[in-house]
Design a protein around this ligand. Structure first.
Ligand code: GLU
Length: 469
């Protein structure tokens, strides 16, 4: 809980718009969102679009769509880095003026040579500090016509440490770090630098992101320190692996969050599954958004990589479907029935959902199942009719038809009672009537409970189809 003395929590999701919103990104966004909501803080959306070649407006839209589908609402933004170039230049200037950054005129060939030299001495390839100003050091003459880069003057000694919310204490020796280029020869700022200025300006208190950024963190911390900024807390979430233990990729099926919408997953189920993938609250597997927010305090984030498990996702989705309101499911499934060429208004779709939801894993399965009621009527193939609709079976059906016509109330219990009555009249067991009824009225041998199916189809259709035999 936020107390009046603790600073307001501000988290951010900072995707690079170079493709769809993938599962790893969606989970990072979810964690940042849930943490902000837990602390009644703010969740900021920032689009890191400085890679002009790879960033597209379509990808920005895909990110916004994906977040909206998951219900991850942001309080601020989207901020676009491309709109903040003046600000980055200003801070570069500030660092130059305060002596924490310097112009470096080494050519790419010279840098290559430095690296080669270091390598041949068995050292880590790095910039050798030729242009780094030091007290009493004379810098080389500025080569004519060469545009310099700007480098950050990284501390040479000591270590940069932080207590990672996920990984615990991490310490990197500064001797491992180069003097990072923060502006290119044309003056444009580089990636790590923009992130630093943004996190600072946007007052981010907690940076939750993928652990592919662990290596960037000490560099970012050193720049933040040079700027006199308060450091955010960092939490680096391990990546998501495919079921085979390899990095999750297209090979493992869908990786864009919106493909799960198409495939019939409920956003709440997806949020539940993604939350649990790398975080836990005791043994709880199914929890509401409210519970997630209540519990998501930054603890119990897993240090080891999570494994994508399509079976478990299906199980989670099935639980959500089972617990969904019939009317809500009907609304979500209706367009999928239309896509399949069915008419969602043909029957009471709420009743169809109630019938099918205990056994469906996806909305698409519900739509497939609903086609029994909403699809065009297709009598059973002749072969199946010949096999099932024997003379004995027809006699039973004829009896059923007579009583069905006169049934005072057309409902599942009334039809169940009628079926029982016909069975006992003829001294036969359920399959003897159940299978011919299914084949005659639905064209299929297997359907959900036949009394419920008949109730939903309605008296008119049932009688019409039985009469047509
Ligand atoms: N834009 C980076 C990415 O999409 C994230 C940067 C960050 O979270 O600091 O991987």
């Amino acid at each position: 809980m936020t107390s009046s003395t603790s600073p307001v929590v501000r988290t951010r999701f900072a995707p690079s718009p170079t493709g769809f919103l993938h599962l790893g990104g969606a989970r990072t966004a979810l964690y940042s969102w849930a943490f902000a909501r837990h602390h009644q803080g703010s969740f900021v959306l920032r689009i890191e679009d400085t890679d002009l070649e790879r960033s597209t407006p379509e990808a920005v839209q895909a990110i916004l769509d994906g977040m909206q589908w998951l219900g991850l609402d942001h309080d601020e933004g989207p901020h676009y880095q491309m709109q903040r170039m003046d600000r980055y230049r200003e801070v570069i200037q500030q660092l130059l003026e305060q002596g924490d950054a310097y112009y470096c005129y080494s050519s790419p060939e010279e840098i290559d040579a430095m690296r080669e030299r270091a390598r041949s001495l068995g050292l880590k390839p790095r910039y050798d500090g030729t242009w780094r100003p030091e007290p009493g050091k004379t810098l080389p003459a500025i080569p004519e016509g060469r545009q310099p880069v700007v480098r950050f003057r990284n501390p040479l000694h000591g270590a940069t440490s932080w207590n990672d919310m996920v990984k615990g204490p991490i310490s990197i020796s500064n001797s491992e770090l180069d003097d990072l280029i923060i502006a290119r020869p044309d003056g444009t700022p580089t990636y790590n630098f923009c992130v630093v200025v943004d996190d600072w300006d946007m007052g981010i208190t907690h940076v939750i992101r993928g652990d592919d950024h662990v290596n960037n963190t000490p560099r970012q911390i050193n720049i933040l320190q040079a700027l006199g900024a308060t450091l955010p807390q960092y939490g680096h979430v391990p990546m998501i692996l495919g079921p085979d233990g390899e990095k999750l990729s297209k090979r493992h099926g869908a990786v864009s969050i919106m493909e799960y919408d198409v495939a019939g997953y409920l956003p709440d189920a997806m949020v539940n599954y993604l939350a649990r993938l790398g975080w836990s609250h005791g043994d709880d597997e199914i929890f509401s958004r409210e519970q997630l927010i209540q519990w998501f305090d930054g603890s119990h984030l897993s240090r080891s990589a999570a494994q994508w498990d399509p079976k478990k996702l299906n199980w989670v989705n099935a639980q959500y479907i089972k617990n969904s309101d019939d009317g809500d499911l009907a609304k979500r499934v209706a367009p999928r029935i239309s896509e399949r060429g069915g008419n969602p208004d043909a029957v009471d779709l709420d009743a169809v959902m109630a019938l099918l939801k205990p056994r469906a894993e996806t909305l698409n399965e519900l739509a497939d199942g609903a086609m029994l009621f909403c699809g065009p009527w297709a009598p059973a193939p002749q072969e199946l009719q010949d096999e099932v609709l024997t003379d004995d079976a027809r006699a039973l059906l004829a009896d059923f038809l007579d009583s069905a016509r006169a049934l005072p109330e057309w409902s599942t219990p009334a039809l169940a009672a009628l079926i029982k009555e016909v069975l006992s009249r003829h001294g036969v067991k359920m399959p003897k009537l159940g299978i011919p009824l299914r084949v005659a009225v639905t064209g299929q041998r297997q359907t959900p409970a036949i009394d419920a199916v008949l109730a939903i189809l309605g008296r008119e259709r049932v009688i019409e189809r039985l009469q047509a035999l």
